[in-house]
Design a protein around this ligand. Sequence first.
Ligand SMILES: [Zn+2]
Ligand SMILES: [Zn+2]
Length: 383
Amino acid sequence: MPIINRIAGFHNEMIEWRHDIHSNPELAYQEKKTAKKVAALLKDFGVDEVVEGIGGTGVVGVIKNGEGKKVALRADMDALPIREANQCDHVSNNDGVMHACGHDGHTTMLLGAAKYLAETRKFKGQVILVFQPAEEGFAGAKAMIDDGLFEKFPADSIYGMHNMPGLETGHLRVAPGPMMAAADNFDIKISGKGAHGAMPEDSIDPIVCGSALVQAIQSLVSRNSDPKKTLVVSVTKFNSGHAYNVIPDYAELSGTIRYFDQETGKFIRKKFPKIVEDLCATYGAKAEVDYKEGYPPTINENTSSEFALKVAKEVAGSNASDQQMPMMGSEDFSYFLQEKPGAYAWIGNGNSASLHNPSYDFNDDNLPIGASFLARIAENKLL
Ligand SMILES: [Zn+2]
Ligand SMILES: [Zn+2]
């Protein structure tokens, strides 16, 4: 079965929802209008239970059809603090805020699946529709879990998807293992001793120490970590000093650390502060390290991923594959995958501007494909 005919039949309606959400973008945990719209549509479709305010502005809908398994399908609703550069009719009405990651499209695809599933109910069990807030850096998925999402709605598995510019429109990719990286951040303050710029013998120079540190922490990647495992350590800020002739007394460095597996994460959290502190000590400086654990890696569970690939092939034929496309970006769907077996898929957005670019727009041709994929996941899972 390719795209579900009934879903293709209301493609224009989905485009209207998507454009309305795109015109009214809202930042993390402020998705009030979006959540209201989602809840109103779900009720309109005849979804049996609609609960608002989970994890802040999250919305959950449940479509029930007798006894059986429970599958969760997830979309994200938040936009980004970006001024939109597009000239289209559905351009953002909220200046400086924009759906530049396609979450308007993700929300609409899940709404499309919900409308079809509530109408046809060709499954046994429950479909749990999860519309989460705050994916962009503010862990809305975790907020929903901490607010009792899976106690109130005990799903057996969970599936989600994200659009991908550069991959052909409507192509689906889902593979076992890592899809997105973990994203930890760090701040380091090096305290030295200030002095006259011409009299370095009186100083403990935090700039020289910091420069050595930038080099030394690369050895975490090149000499300490298993070369078969991906690890990125980037220093992205280095601030110090204010005058030509003054050696400052401190320097501040910040950056990001990305990896795909939890073992590497454990290792780096232990090793990173030690390398920083020891290196600074050899210069006589003192280091304070604030290591901030971020989103975990997004790892698809094997069986769920094989199942999702089968469904993807049903919907998209030879445009579906399990070609590995791990990205070094991060995604808070990872928190759901720590709780439940499931999988996360890519859907091609064609030749669009990249994600988080002011000229990006979600490709409306994807709406019936993505909605069919999600709907068929539910129907196949709940036989
Ligand atoms: Zn994004
Ligand atoms: Zn996104």
